[in-house]
Design a protein around this ligand. Structure first.
Ligand code: CA
Length: 231
């Protein structure tokens, strides 16, 4: 079953954007438009995570957070506060009220999704979304399938694990040794050059004509999987 995220947001446009990004990344979404509805939906649906706006009608996000923490069923429910306020004092108030993390508006959807996955991983290992994505490359973990731009990508088991690891850490540069430890295992002895061979195969499988190569070679350092640079 896909994890359920409760989005508590009174701005309809932002609610729609959050739903779109969450569903695209393999989550189910429930919505509430004000603080009181948030408490009702949280009690009924028992979401795996709550995205909670600070400025809400009827009850503020902070008050919703405090009340959720008093409910036995919601005491350990991960909560990420969303807010336009950027002041340190507000951040501390938010975290003191029981929020697990705090994201300041405006935020990029990819930053928010990374925080959602991180909080989910900390609170419930195994309840993660079953889809990993970087730009037009999508990995369905449950179905063990990879797609780019909607077309099926066929990968060998090593390329699949390599791509999975890179998708889990977009933008980060890994040395060949780090990739060997993560993908092949620290006890297996494999030549670091082997990584180059598998990266080459992965690129060949992923990149169609005229497509951007998402894998960046960093000279004398290693490799990274990059989302496109915003224009
Ligand atoms: Ca609001």
């Amino acid at each position: 079953m896909k994890p359920l995220v409760l989005v508590v947001e009174d701005e309809a446009a932002l609610g729609t954007l959050l739903r779109y990004n969450l569903e695209r990344d393999g989550f189910r979404v429930a919505e509430a438009r004000d603080g009181e509805e948030a408490l009702i939906v949280a009690a009924e649906r028992k979401p795996d995570l709550v995205l909670l706006d600070w400025m809400l009608p009827l009850l503020s996000g902070i008050e919703v957070c405090r009340r959720l923490r008093r409910l036995p069923t919601a005491r350990n429910m991960p909560i990420i506060m969303l807010t336009a306020r950027g002041e340190e004092g507000d951040k501390i108030r938010g975290l003191n009220s029981g929020a697990d993390d705090y994201v300041t508006k405006p935020f990029s959807p990819s930053e928010l999704m990374a925080r959602v996955r991180a909080v989910m991983r900390r609170s419930r290992p195994g309840a993660e979304a079953e889809v990993l994505r970087c730009d037009d490359v999508l990995m369905d973990l449950a179905g063990h399938r990879v797609k780019r731009n909607g077309r099926d990508i066929h990968l060998g088991p090593t390329e699949f694990r390599l791509l999975r690891y890179l998708l889990e850490h977009p933008g980060r540069v890994f040395s060949r040794e780090q990739l060997l430890d993560a993908v092949w295992g620290a006890d297996v002895y494999v030549e670091p050059r082997t990584v180059d061979v598998h990266i080459r195969r992965l690129r060949r499988a992923l990149n169609g004509d005229d497509e951007r190569d998402p894998i960046r070679t960093v000279r004398s350092a290693g490799y990274a999987l990059d989302p496109p640079v915003a224009a």
